[in-house]
Design a protein around this ligand. Structure first.
Ligand SMILES: Cc1ncc(COP(=O)(O)O)c(C=O)c1O
Length: 438
């Protein structure tokens, strides 16, 4: 029996993966799996790229570790030089961490300290959206709209103001019809006013919502309105680009699709393409200067600003640039989105949506009423298992309908070829048909 404390304690048979190459993973028995979701929408440059591995090896051999309060490193300086001109944040500065949840925690504490430094000590609340996901740690979970992940920990979660996300497929806001009335964006203004602007530090949102709602793309003017509301009330806008960053949606960062510049941008996943645990917080220069004048930034981790993570980030960023993977995500992404539409022929598919190489299929028990399957049926996981048995890995999620609801996310590495996209879509369709056939 395994001694590994696994993520899934029951109901899942784990293939043991020994090797990855491009979009493929290989298990001990030599079976091949097409990684149609890059794990949890993580891998950008593909598996097993020798130059990324070599950059990590080389950095670890030369300098594995220094503490971020004592030293900087050449790799850290290089990553800041590579990354900051690419992010849509004014005069951006980089705070490197070890993952998306750490990035969210950093952004929350940053917002609080910035408001203090500005002489606004009453401001601490972070307005978040429902559904949404910003991380598993308790601070990040407190501002994540994911009922399935929150319920168990409810007594531990700080109460924070929430607004509805622009989730058009299930929007029930009064005044919203077939054409979005942007009531969801206006709710931010009403909520900040109701809470008292002098208590609100920041608003956080994923440009395209990840696994909590399934690749939900906002209406065209949404982020412009959100930006204006944040400015009006002196509230920081944090764009959570942990999933959408580093080219995934066909731009370096997802928020660029709407020409809006956040004050703080978090990223992770694609930053290191899964080669090492990594995350980043990119912060407007004016905020960092304010903190500096106000006595500094009281926050950090043992592994913040880690030289080997930085080297992985540099190697990935340069690889994405050199191979034109952002443009590739746009082109291959348009193909993926178009091919996925054919799954709407299946009665159990309620909606198909996404942007670039980030897509999701929402499953319903009844297409007309949009009623989800009961949570206990674990349909998304059953489809994931069925697809895996047929050689394709997809990412199961859900819970977006008061804890019920099934989503399957698709997001292959950005190096994916068209015939591989065809295979992912075909196998996913077969898996959905097989599992939902009654
Ligand atoms: C949008 C978003 N933010 C934050 C996180 C948390 O990142 P991590 O799992 O690296 O801590 C995730 C992870 O799925 C995410 O999708």
């Amino acid at each position: 029996m395994t001694k590994v404390f696994r993520r899934r304690l029951a109901g899942w048979t784990y293939p043991e993966i020994v090797r990855g190459e491009g979009v493929y993973l290989y298990d001990r028995e030599g079976r091949r799996y097409l990684d149609g979701s890059s794990g949890a929408i993580v891998v950008t440059v593909g598996h097993g790229v020798p130059e990324i591995a070599e950059a990590i090896r080389e950095q670890a051999a030369r300098l594995a570790y220094v503490h971020g309060t004592e030293f900087t490193s050449t790799a850290m300086e290089e990553l800041a030089t590579e990354l900051t001109p690419r992010v849509p944040v004014d005069d951006a500065r980089l705070f490197l961490v070890s993952g998306g949840s750490e990035a969210t925690e950093t952004a929350i504490k940053l917002a609080r300290q910035y408001q203090l430094a500005k002489g606004r000590p009453g401001r601490y609340k972070v307005v978040f959206r429902w559904p949404s996901f910003h991380g598993s740690t308790l601070g990040a979970l407190a501002i994540s709209g994911r009922p399935t992940l929150r319920t168990t920990f409810a007594p531990l979660l700080l109460e924070m103001p929430r607004i509805p996300a622009p989730y058009a497929y299930r929007c029930a806001l009064p005044g919203c019809g077939p054409a979005c009335s942007l009531e969801c964006a206006k709710a931010l203004d009403a909520t900040i006013r109701a809470e008292d602007p002098d208590t609100v530090a920041a608003f956080i949102a994923e440009p395209v919502i990840g696994a909590s709602a399934g690749a939900v793309v906002p209406p065209a003017d949404y982020f412009k309105i959100v930006r204006e509301i944040c400015d009006r009330h002196g509230v920081l806008f944090i764009a959570d680009e942990v999933m959408t960053g580093m080219g995934r949606t066909g731009k370096w960062f997802g928020i660029e699709h709407w020409g809006v510049r956040p004050d703080v941008l978090t990223t992770g996943k694609g930053l290191t393409s899964g080669y090492l645990p990594g995350g980043a917080v990119l912060v407007k220069g004016e905020i960092v200067e304010t903190l500096k004048a106000g006595g500094g930034f009281q926050h950090g981790f043992t592994y913040s600003h880690h030289p080997v993570v930085a080297a992985a980030g540099v190697a990935v960023t340069r690889y994405v640039e050199r191979h034109g993977l952002v443009e590739r995500a746009r082109v291959q992404g348009a193909y993926l989105q178009e091919r996925l539409q054919r799954l709407l022929d299946l009665p159990a598919v309620g909606d198909v949506r996404g942007l670039g190489l980030m897509a999701a299929v929402e499953l319903v028990q009844d297409r007309k009423s949009k009623a989800p399957y009961p949570a206990a049926a674990r349909m998304a996981q059953a489809i994931q298992a069925e697809a895996l048995g047929r050689g394709v890995n997809v990412y199961a999620s859900g819970g977006q309908v008061d804890g019920a609801g099934d989503l399957v996310m698709v997001g292959p590495p950005l190096v994916v070829e068209r015939d591989q996209i065809d295979e992912v879509v075909a196998v996913l369709g077969d898996a959905i048909a097989a599992v939902t056939r009654t």
